[in-house]
Write a protein that binds this ligand. Structure first.
Ligand code: DGY
Length: 307
């Protein structure tokens, strides 16, 4: 804010999140630049109403909330924040994986609620090893690769499915094997989703795929909620078609306390915090501001979304 205020007149919205569309439409009219978040829908109405807009800078790697085509048609540069949040998001994915495999939230509740009775019972509180288990990565971009690297450190086998296959050399370097979507869901002990949300990936993970999964397998999503058909996931979890899930992202955020998924025991829920570390958020903020300032002065942002 300090840096922005030194150079520009800055108006900050501090009301209820997300900013109501009507308010956004009225405020955008006379603005040259916009900083937004993944929960703000920057659709064609907003972009067309912002007749002076030259730059949009999102405080996120995901940009599915911005109508990139319309922005590009109008010559508006869109900046985003990839790379700096890769490690933090991959770390959270591993934390969720360990939590699922070793039942950490459940154990924590048990001790907190004074329900711990047996010490070291041979069949008490058993989880599963990560060692030699198969991790299936859906979407092998920067974050998928960082997760694969971490999982290899835990001596897991890593398979992946992606729109385009990595080179043989890169597969060897990371230690991953390419498989079909069908095989990914059939053979993995845990599937982790790291794809962007696009019209092609919208609700691509559905009951049909859950039915291919092993009964003992888990699903993790730290990318975008809309990639998963949430109703189907609830069915898969209720009917124990899969063993459990850990979700950091949802179709609608914040998720309602009435959502059936919040009533299930075999699911770990986080409030969209993949990039939420002090170090990462600081870097994201710096890039968001730099992207905006560069675009406003007619230069290319550090990271610009390609139309
Ligand atoms: C992103 O950057 O897109 C994340 O989802 C926000 O943490």
């Amino acid at each position: 804010m300090k840096e922005l205020k030194r150079k520009y007149d800055v108006e900050v919205y501090t009301g209820k999140i997300p900013m109501p569309k009507r308010a956004l439409l009225s405020k955008i009219k006379d603005k040259d630049g916009l900083i937004c978040y993944p929960y703000d829908s920057i659709d064609s109405d907003v972009i067309n109403t912002g007749t002076k807009l030259k730059a949009i800078s999102t405080y996120s790697v995901g940009y599915d909330h911005i109508d990139i085509k319309t922005a590009s048609k109008k010559g508006i540069a869109v900046g985003y924040t990839p790379e700096v949040l890769t490690r933090a998001t991959a770390d959270l994915t591993m934390a969720l994986m360990l939590s699922l495999f070793r039942r950490i939230p459940e154990g924590d509740k048990l001790v907190h609620n004074n329900r711990w009775r047996t010490i070291f019972g041979p069949y008490e509180f058993l989880g599963t090893d990560l060692y030699q288990k198969t991790l299936g990565i859906f979407g092998m971009g920067r974050i998928g690769k960082a997760v694969a690297k971490r999982a290899r450190g835990f001596e897991m086998k890593v398979i992946y499915h992606n729109r385009t296959r990595l080179s043989k050399k890169e597969e060897q370097d990371i230690g991953v094997r390419y498989v079909s979507l069908d095989s990914l869901f059939r053979t993995s002990d845990v599937i982790s989703v790291h794809s962007p949300h696009t019209p092609q990936t919208n609700e691509i993970i559905n009951l049909k795929l859950f039915q291919k999964m092993k009964k003992t397998s888990f699903l993790i999503n730290t990318s975008r909620g809309k990639i998963i058909n949430e109703k189907d996931l609830v069915i898969a979890l209720q009917r124990k078609i899969i063993a459990g899930a850990a979700l950091d992202v949802f179709q609608k955020e914040p998720i309602s306390s009435k959502h059936p998924i919040t009533k299930l025991d075999n699911v770990i829920l986080m409030p969209h915090s993949g990039s939420a570390t002090i170090e990462t958020r600081k870097k994201m903020a710096e890039i968001t501001v730099k992207n905006l300032m560069l675009a406003l002065s007619g230069k290319k942002p550090i990271y610009q979304v390609k139309a």
